[in-house]
Ligand binder design. Structure first.
Ligand SMILES: [Zn+2]
Length: 170
């Protein structure tokens, strides 16, 4: 999404409201695919006397992935506030700054940055899907395996028998 700032540049120091939607490609986060509804960004933009444009506002979207606890589909709202200054003809390769050329701001990098900043560490299918898991990903995996064994008692039995024969050999 490009945000046209021609009218903003003509009146440095004047705040103009904006409201746009930015689409976001799915992300792979720790092996989990997370997809996003179009991200809504709204706020104000203002040009400086040096040709920079400062955007100040909030963004929100809904992320879709799988539950960190039981792997069922899960989604959650991501919302946050941003304030960044886009430098005119700044280095687009410089990760530390936002830059623009011509008379439009590209909001893709800002959107990605602030969605990641406000991303929860895990998503759950429902609020009470939180039994007994620990903070480590390893523990989440172990819990899932335990759940599978409860649903497949013969697999659990096989595992017990395997352990017994291991012990017998020792
Ligand atoms: Zn769950």
């Amino acid at each position: 999404m490009k945000l046209d700032v021609l009218h903003v540049l003509r009146s440095p120091g004047t705040q103009y409201p904006f409201s746009v939607e930015q689409t976001m490609a799915p992300l792979d986060i720790s092996g989990q695919e997370v997809s996003f509804d179009p991200v809504k960004l709204e706020g104000t933009m203002m040009a400086g006397s040096d040709g920079s444009v400062t955007v100040d506002g909030s963004l929100s979207t809904v992320a879709h992935t799988s539950c960190a606890n039981c792997l069922a589909p899960a989604s959650g709202t991501i919302a946050g506030e941003f304030r960044e200054t886009f430098l005119f003809e700044g280095d687009p390769e410089d990760d530390e700054i936002f830059a623009y050329t011509g008379s439009a701001l590209d909001l893709e990098k800002l959107t990605l940055t602030y969605v990641l900043l406000n991303m929860p560490s895990r998503f759950l299918c429902r609020e009470d899907c939180v039994f007994a898991y620990e903070d480590e990903d390893e523990d989440v995996m172990m819990l899932c395996q335990d759940d599978l064994n409860v649903q497949r008692p013969f697999a659990a039995l096989q595992q017990l028998l395997a352990e017994k024969s291991d012990n017998a050999e020792n």
